[in-house]
Write a protein that binds this ligand. Structure first.
Ligand code: AOS
Ligand code: ZN
Ligand code: ZN
Ligand code: ZN
Length: 401
């Protein structure tokens, strides 16, 4: 019995260590900055207020976890001067060892975009949005970043106020022009979201719309699945399976939600869903997985920014480790012979394994702290940045908009 248990543990160790060696995740610059809800913002003394501080925080998360691949950048928030800011970013990459990740255009907050950006009835405003997308492509080229990650918040709030079909035509035009500007190694990721900030129709509302728009734009366009961008009860892993089948999955914005696009810590509400998504990814050959961008998209107006990011990265690692334990061959045999309960047990058994001891061993074997969150608390980093940044970020009482 003990021997059997021992060899099972060894088997688990090999699977988990291999999976963790392949696991990398991109973290968002905006996850370190002050954010809030539409009802107000609670600024945090330790929040990053500059791109230098965002890179420093990302480097700290990587030093503790060892798996941060890149830092996603938001064009307006991190490169307000466009390509003129590229040399500064490159210096920060050198200084911190953190590479720039996806480039995120921002066509959702300028006044002119009140009635839409790439779907705006005004050809001039659509032109302005296109120029911003093209500038974002240029920044990506200058930073050798693979993905330009498009989130288009366009939509309308009342029936009859806009032509949904004319907006599709305008959108197709702009996305085709953006695709044309992509360099040989670049991709554009088309993100979808059912609602918010628009409340009647959102122009790219679901995976089908994003898929068709990506297809029509060209072969370097793929779909981005933000796990917080689905209506209640959506089977996200089924969408992932379809996009994998169609070779159309560009990657993920991982976060969790209870009700809407809540941008909560991954796995904090439904860890089993993340496990099921990771299971679909692990059914893809490891050499094909690099084409699937793992990115975090979260913003916590209450949790500490760096703590929440370390928590998220560790949770993602642990859920990926669990998913790596599924015996795909045995599962396929049980599925194809419709031995339902055995198939489900084979699947669930992996989820119920406590992988933390083996994950902690992996970390120690790679000279990383066994418990990154604990190590962060011990490091004094939060206290230091609170001291350095506190005065500027003097907590402000949330003000109603
Ligand atoms: C907004 O809801 C989307 O998730 C965006 O992808 C994200 O919040 C960020 O703004 C990147 O553009
Ligand atoms: Zn997103
Ligand atoms: Zn979102
Ligand atoms: Zn988001």
């Amino acid at each position: 019995m003990a021997l059997e248990e021992g060899s099972r543990t060894e088997q688990h160790r090999q699977k988990i260590w291999k999976a963790l060696d392949d696991f990398r995740i991109e973290i968002p610059s905006w996850g370190f900055a002050n954010t809030g809800t539409r009802f107000g913002k609670f600024s945090q003394p330790a929040a990053a207020t500059s791109i230098e501080e965002k890179f420093a925080d990302a480097a700290q998360v990587h030093a503790l976890t060892g798996v941060v691949s890149n830092l996603a950048l938001h064009v307006l928030w991190d490169l307000p001067n466009g390509t003129a800011d590229v040399p500064k970013i490159q210096q920060l990459e050198q200084k911190t060892g953190i590479r720039s990740g996806s480039i995120n255009p921002n066509v959702f907050q300028d006044q002119e975009y009140k009635f839409g950006s790439i779907c705006n009835p005004s050809v001039e405003i659509r032109g302005k949005a296109l120029s911003h997308l093209l500038a974002s492509v240029e920044i990506g080229q200058a930073l050798n970043s693979r993905d330009v990650s498009l989130w288009i918040s366009d939509g309308s709030n009342y029936p009859g106020t806009q032509s949904i079909r004319r907006r599709i035509e305008w959108m197709e035009e702009v996305l085709a022009s953006t695709h044309e500007a992509l360099g040989p190694d670049q991709r554009m990721l088309v993100e979808y979201k059912p609602f918010e900030p628009a409340f009647y129709h959102t122009d790219i509302a679901d995976w089908g719309m994003a898929l068709e728009l990506a297809r029509r734009a060209g072969p370097k366009a793929k779909v981005l699945v933000d796990t917080g961008h689905h209506l209640q009860g959506t089977n996200i892993e089924q969408i992932v399976a379809w996009l994998l089948h169609l070779n159309a999955l560009g990657g993920f914005h991982f976060n969790d939600r209870k009700y809407a696009d809540d941008d909560l810590t991954i796995g904090s509400i439904d860890p089993y869903q993340v496990f099921r998504i990771f299971h679909e990814i692990l059914s893809v050959r490891v050499e094909d997985r690099s084409a699937i961008a793992f990115m975090i998209d979260q913003s916590h107006n209450l949790k500490g920014k760096v703590e929440a990011m370390v928590q998220t990265v560790c949770t993602a690692q642990e859920l990926f480790a669990k998913a790596s334990l599924v015996d795909h061959e045995k599962l396929a045999e049980l599925q194809d012979t419709c031995r339902l309960v055995e198939a489900e047990e084979c699947f669930r058994d992996a989820f119920w394994q406590d992988v933390r001891p083996i994950v902690n061993e992996w970390r120690e074997a790679r000279k990383l702290p066994a418990n990154p969150l604990h190590a962060l608390a011990q490091s004094g980093y939060i206290e230091r940045i609170t001291e350095e940044r506190g005065a500027r970020n003097s907590a402000s009482i949330s003000s109603y908009a």
